[in-house]
Every structure is written in structure tokens, then in C-alpha cells.
Write a protein that binds this ligand. Structure first.
Ligand code: GLC
Length: 705
């Protein structure tokens, strides 16, 4: 009954709306003057447009007074008083900054990601914002692309699982609930495949790769109830995603039954002219609306041209009404019609930078960093260790990364601050004499927070030469180097990795960077993060990722110098560190992999179990991973496909039997006829600590699903 009443309420509003007011709901306005892709706009027009009912939403405004005034203008000065939707990119923290999303994905921790996004929603929604442009679920394979920092890495299954966790944390199942915000999944689709990792570059992907690799996280996000989908800047099958009827209508609406709002990316609608598929803004309006785009972010093609197309009968007013109703429904779900000022709170600073938020930021930073090397167990530090802290980023505070909303670098605790504040280690000066007599040297380097993110593709992701030279000099003084690497992406660290005794990849860890690093290096917490994006051995290997095809002439390690197989003359094929890799202070031993059947029928359940032992005196977490491999299929499939994982806590010397349950569905893929099926073939089931060190069993599917 409640839903019926809500629908009637919105239909009654719709009936009163003029054509201009309807089109106004499909416009997301800026409120700052900016020039992007040659588009300059004067924000002062936004207020006048709001009064005329020509604006449905405003993005990237975060000053509460301004938001309140804009809402007041819409509610009290426009004819119908329809409230505005306020959207902002709050993707890894509003004021309390958490690790960048690529780092968070290294936790493989659904519960943690849900708690983090719930905390992000709590801060955001208590500061006047209704919707966040998150989660970003672009699959990434090329660390030259700066936006890998906001992704969940290179695997579709993991990205899908984490996408749901973000959405559950943001939306909490009820958008009218205090502390929740609406979520927008992005970028639909294929943006992470930008050729050569160059920002906004051409994307070329097959339909099968789209369905097998790129679509799953969006499908999961839609099934999790995401409120909005944002289109990508790039073309897919040679049509811009923003004006791509196959993507927006056939896939999103028809195949995935998405009934939320589809929004363009920032001026991506008018950029279809740059893609050279539209002549002018009138053409832009027709093509985007006809393809199924609901809301235009910043561009004004709908504002100036949609009415004419509809009056000519070339676009339908019914389609316009449906798009408007989707926007009104989102606003109603958020409770904005009942109380348009419901996201403004007195003394709202009480809701940000709370102790709980800062503790969660530290916890998530500890769990997102990846211990790549720990030679001779140099870590954890001993209380008696005399330590030197050095390196270009040892006192760095620019560790919050891009898309950091209102987080401030001044609030970041550096490594130096953390070690010096606590005083529980003897810290020497970093003069040559001290370095020589130190037991251990903690050396921090990498790229600062503003080096990755949008518009930050790099042709060269080697560590800067001066940093490598610095490590060599320190090594000559004292080889007991513990490297801490900050970055928004995997960098080429091969040379410094070889010089160091230990390597902790810290990414951009947020406000609690220093305390988290100190906690890990001292053993107060135990490293548990595992790579969700491959770290290349050499830049020339890129793109390099674990779920690659075998090729017709796979590299044969027994014939490493044989010329005629898939290899380089001048470099090995293997990455420096593979997907799924990460060390602990504990050592885990995997034994007794077993599967309950040798053949699998349509409705069977396959029990896969393995014994895992923590062969140490540390209480520690381990992420046990399960992959499959199709030994043959009607199309090429990856050498490994992640299908399940479990993050478990082990007491010292504890052995657990880890059980996974698979069905024939876990072996499916889009095949030669684009049927999503598990063909009657042989498959391997593999379990282990990462995508390389795997135990395996073989099974045959005998009943095609
Ligand atoms: C940007 C990004 C998108 C973001 C939007 C609004 O260009 O591509 O991820 O949400 O504009 O800031």
C-alpha cells in the first residue's frame, strides 16, 4: 500500500509538471565555474535555473550553508518546490579518509568494506549530501592508468563481491534511514581498458570479454539495489557508452532489469561530438536520450534541445515521463519530499572525524597494506632494535590519494610522527654514522597522493631515478632496509625490492598512515593484505594480469630459452608479485586438498576442502583462495579464474579445514554461442594462498548447465 501511495504521489507531481520542468529533473548542474573539454559555464545561472525548475540535481557542492540555500531556493522559490538531489564523489572517505579503494580491496574483507562504507555514508549524509558516485568497479589491468587507485583490482569475482559490500554499507537497505546515502556504480563500461593506460583513450573489447569479465560487478551492484549507474567516457563497440543503446537499453534495462537512474559522466554526453558520432548539441540530445540516458551531468543538451525533439514526435513524452519518474523516485526513497532539509544537522562537525572513524581508518589501513617481502624475518621489529627512519616520504602527509572529498593532508599522521610520538623504539638520526650502526633502516618512498587518480596516467611508472639512487646509497651504508612504498597504483619496484630485506606496499593509506605502518612493522598487528592488482616485474610486460589466456605456445619453464613460445627475449613473463599474493608474519601450510566428486551434474554440490595450518606463534589472518581452470572450452578461457575465497583467523599453530561448496554454475562462462554455460568438459579446481602457489584437483562436468 505504501509503495502504491508513493507512486501516486509522484504521478500527481508529474501531472503538474511542464515539459521544461520535466526536462529540468534530468539536469545535474555544477555550482562552480570550470572549463572541461572546452565547456565553460557560469555557476550563477544555476540559481536562476533552480528557481525556474530547470535543475534536478547539483554535484560537488559540499559547503552546508550553500547546499541549504540551494535546497531552500528549489523548495521555496520554484513553482513546484521539487527538492534537489545533492551528489558528491565520496569514495574512500568524506572527512575521515580511509585507504584508497585499490588498497581497501587488498583486504578481501567484505565485512570491513561494509563497515567503512557505512562510516563514509554516516559522515557524508550528516553533511547534506544524498548520493555518492561510488563504488567504482572498473576492471583494471594497466597500472599506467591513474584511476586504478579507485578500483577493486583485476578480478571480476572479487570486484563483484566488494561492490555489493560498498552498496550495502552506503544504502543500508533503506535510503530514508539516517546515516545512509544512495550509491552510484561506475563507469559503465570498460573504462579501465583504456588503451596503453592513457586516460580517456580508446577501448576495444569483445562482446564475450564484456560479458565474462566486465559486466559481473555491475550485475552484482544492480542486484544489490544500487540507485544509479554512471556511463563511461569511452566508446564500447565503437559507440560512446553515454549514447550506446545496446549498453543502456539492451543490457542495463532489459537484461539486468536496472530500474534506477542512468547518469552520464562529467560532460560525457556532449563529448560524443568529440568522438565524432554527433554533429551538434541537438544531435547529442537526441542520441543520448534515444539510447536511454536519463540524467546529464553538467552538459545542457537536454535543457536546450530535448523539448524540440519531443514536440516533433521523434522522441516520446512517455520516455521522458519514465526518466523523470526514476529521478523523482530516487528523491522520494531518500525522503526528500517528506523532508528536503533532512540531511542538514546542527553542530554537524560532531559526526565527522570521530574516534570510531579514526580507529576504523587505522584498522582498514593495517588490513589493506601488503607485505611483499620479509627476508630472514627481519620483521616484526624487536623492541631492542635501533632504528633509522629515512627516505623521501618518511615524513610525508600527502597520503590520502585522489578523490579524497574533504579530507585534509594536515590530519595525516606520518611515519615519523607515529614512531616519534610513541617513543617505544630507539630512533637514531639519519646521518651516515647512525645509519651504519642502526639495526634496521625504515625507508619510505613512492608516489605522493596527487600522482594517481583521474587525469593522472603515466607513461613511466618506474620509481623516480633519484629514489632508486637513494636506496642504493642507503644499502651501501646498511643493507637491513625495510621499504615502505606509497603509491596509488602498482609501480615498477624491481630494483629496490631486490635491495631491501623487507617490502611493505602501503598504497595511499589515509589519515592513519603512520600508526598503521608502525603497528604492522612492530608486530602489534599482523600483515594480511593480498594483492588485487598484479605488480609487474618490468614496465614492458604491461598489461599483465593473472587471468590471462594460455595462448597456443605457452611459455615452457623447462625450456626457458626456447625461442618459439610466448615469451620476451629480454625479460621474464612472470610479474614481480602476482594477484592474490601477500605475506604474513605467520607461515601457512596447505595440505590435503580434496573434492567430494569426480563428476558434476546440474544440481550437484561439490565440496572442496583443504587443511590450512598456521605454523607460527602469531595469531593471524589468511585469505584462502579458490580458482578454477577450464582444461578446454568452446572459447579460450583464463588459466585461472577466482571463484571463491575465505578470510580466516588462525590461532598460533592452529589447523583449520576450510570448506568451499561449488556448483556447476561456478564453471560457467559465455561460450562460442554466447550461452552462459558450463560445458561438459574437464576443469581443474585449485586452492592456495595466491594465484600462483596452488594445489589442484580435476573434475568433469557431465551435465551442461
Ligand atoms: C569525473 C569522473 C567520475 C566522477 C564525476 C563527478 O570526471 O569520471 O568518476 O564521479 O566526474 O565528479
Amino acid at each position: 500500500m505504501k509503495i502504491k501511495n508513493a507512486q501516486n504521489k509522484l504521478l500527481n507531481i508529474l501531472k503538474k509538471m511542464t515539459m521544461e520542468e520535466k526536462i529540468g529533473q534530468l539536469y545535474q548542474a555544477p555550482f562552480f565555474s570550470d572549463v572541461v573539454t572546452g565547456h565553460a559555464f557560469d555557476a550563477s545561472s544555476t540559481i536562476e535555473r533552480i528557481k525556474k525548475g530547470m535543475v534536478g540535481s547539483v554535484l560537488s557542492v559540499h559547503k552546508e550553508e550553500t547546499l541549504y540555500d540551494l535546497q531552500k531556493t528549489a523548495v521555496e522559490s520554484s513553482r513546484l518546490g521539487i527538492p534537489l538531489l545533492f551528489a558528491f564523489d565520496v569514495i574512500h572517505g568524506y572527512r575521515t579518509s580511509f585507504p584508497i579503494n585499490l588498497a581497501l580491496s587488498n583486504t578481501w574483507d567484505v565485512d570491513l568494506i561494509e563497515r567503512v562504507s557505512k562510516m563514509v555514508a554516516f559522515e557524508t549524509s550528516h553533511k547534506g549530501i544524498h548520493l555518492t558516485f561510488s563504488p567504482m568497479v572498473d576492471l583494471v589491468r594497466d597500472p599506467r592508468w591513474g584511476r586504478v587507485m579507485e578500483s577493486n583490482g583485476e578480478d571480476p569475482y572479487l570486484s563483484s563481491v566488494l561492490a555489493k559490500a560498498y552498496i550495502d554499507g552506503y544504502q543500508q537497505g533503506d535510503l530514508s534511514k539516517e546515516g545512509s546515502v544512495a550509491a552510484c556504480v561506475k563507469h559503465f563500461i570498460g573504462y579501465g581498458l583504456s588503451e596503453a593506460g592513457r586516460e580517456y583513450n580508446t577501448v576495444d573489447l569483445s562482446k564475450r570479454l564484456l560479458y565474462n569479465m566486465y559486466l559481473p560487478p555491475f550485475k552484482t551492484a544492480i542486484n544489490a539495489g544500487v540507485s544509479m549507474v554512471m556511463t563511461a567516457f569511452n566508446t564500447v563497440f565503437d559507440r560512446p557508452a553515454t549514447a550506446n543503446k545496446f549498453l543502456l537499453k539492451d543490457i542495463l534495462r532489459d537484461q539486468l532489469s536496472f530500474n534506477g537512474v542512468i547518469i552520464s559522466d562529467y560532460t560525457s554526453s556532449e563529448e560524443i561530438m568529440n568522438h565524432k558520432v554527433a554533429e551538434d548539441m541537438a544531435d547529442v540530445a537526441f542520441q543520448c536520450f534515444d539510447a536511454g540516458l536519463d540524467m546529464e551531468m553538467v552538459s545542457e543538451s537536454y535543457m536546450h534541445h530535448l523539448k524540440t525533439w519531443i514536440e516533433k514526435g521523434l522522441l516520446s513524452v512517455q520516455a521522458l515521463d519514465q526518466a523523470v519518474l526514476r529521478v523523482l523516485k530516487l528523491k522520494d526513497n531518500l525522503g526528500l519530499f517528506d523532508n528536503p532539509y533532512g540531511y542538514f544537522y546542527k553542530d554537524s562537525d560532531q559526526y565527522i572525524l570521530t574516534e570510531q572513524a579514526l580507529n576504523l581508518s587505522k584498522e582498514s589501513a593495517e588490513k589493506s597494506m601488503v607485505l611483499l617481502k620479509n627476508h630472514d624475518q627481519i620483521l616484526p621489529l624487536k623492541k631492542s632494535d635501533k632504528i633509522v627512519l629515512c627516505g623521501p616520504m618518511i615524513d610525508q602527509q600527502d597520503l590520502i590519494g585522489e578523490w579524497s572529498a574533504l579530507a585534509e593532508k594536515k590530519d595525516v599522521i606520518s611515519i615519523v610522527d607515529a614512531f616519534k610520538n610513541d617513543g617505544d623504539f630507539e630512533i637514531l638520526n639519519n646521518q651516515a654514522t647512525d645509519i651504519r650502526r642502526a639495526d634496521k633502516v625504515i625507508l619510505a618512498l613512492g608516489e605522493a597522493g596527487d600522482q594517481a587518480g583521474e587525469g593522472n596516467s603515466k607513461a613511466d611508472i618506474n620509481l623516480p631515478e633519484d629514489q632508486v639512487t637513494y636506496v642504493r646509497k642507503i644499502y651501501d651504508l646498511n643493507p637491513n632496509i625495510i621499504l615502505v612504498i606509497f603509491a596509488g597504483r602498482p609501480l615498477i619496484i624491481t630494483e629496490v625490492d631486490a635491495l631491501a630485506q623487507a617490502v611493505l606496499y602501503a598504497y595511499q593509506p589515509g589519515l592513519q598512515a603512520g600508526p598503521a605502518i608502525k603497528s604492522l612493522l612492530s608486530g602489534d598487528s599482523i600483515p594480511s593484505g593480498k594483492l588485487t592488482m598484479t605488480i609487474p616485474y618490468h614496465q614492458g610486460q604491461i598489461p599483465i594480469y593473472y587471468n590471462h589466456y594460455q595462448t597456443g605456445r605457452p611459455f615452457d619453464p623447462k625450456r626457458p630459452n626456447y625461442r618459439y613460445n610466448s615469451r620476451y627475449r629480454d625479460c621474464k613473463n612472470d610479474p614481480l608479485y602476482p594477484f592474490g599474493f601477500g605475506l604474513s608474519y605467520a607461515s601457512f601450510i596447505y595440505k590435503n586438498l580434496s573434492i567430494s566428486k569426480q563428476t558434476l551434474k546440474k544440481y550437484d554440490k561439490l565440496l572442496v576442502s583443504v587443511d590450512c595450518t598456521n605454523d607460527s606463534n602469531h595469531r593471524a589472518d589468511e585469505i584462502i583462495q579458490l580458482y578454477i581452470e577450464a582444461m578446454s572450452f568452446s572459447v579460450a578461457r583464463p588459466v585461472n579464474e577466482l571463484k571463491a575465497f575465505k578470510k580466516m583467523t588462525f590461532e598460533p599453530y592452529e589447523t583449520k579445514t576450510i570448506n568451499f561448496v561449488l556448483t556447476v554454475e561456478d564453471f560457467r562462462a559465455y561460450n562460442i554461442t554466447m550461452d552462459y554455460t558450463a560445458e561438459k568438459r574437464q576443469y581443474r579446481v585449485k586452492v592456495g594462498p595466491n594465484s600462483k602457489d596452488l594445489m589442484m584437483e580435476t573434475i568433469r562436468v557431465i551435465d551442461q548447465s
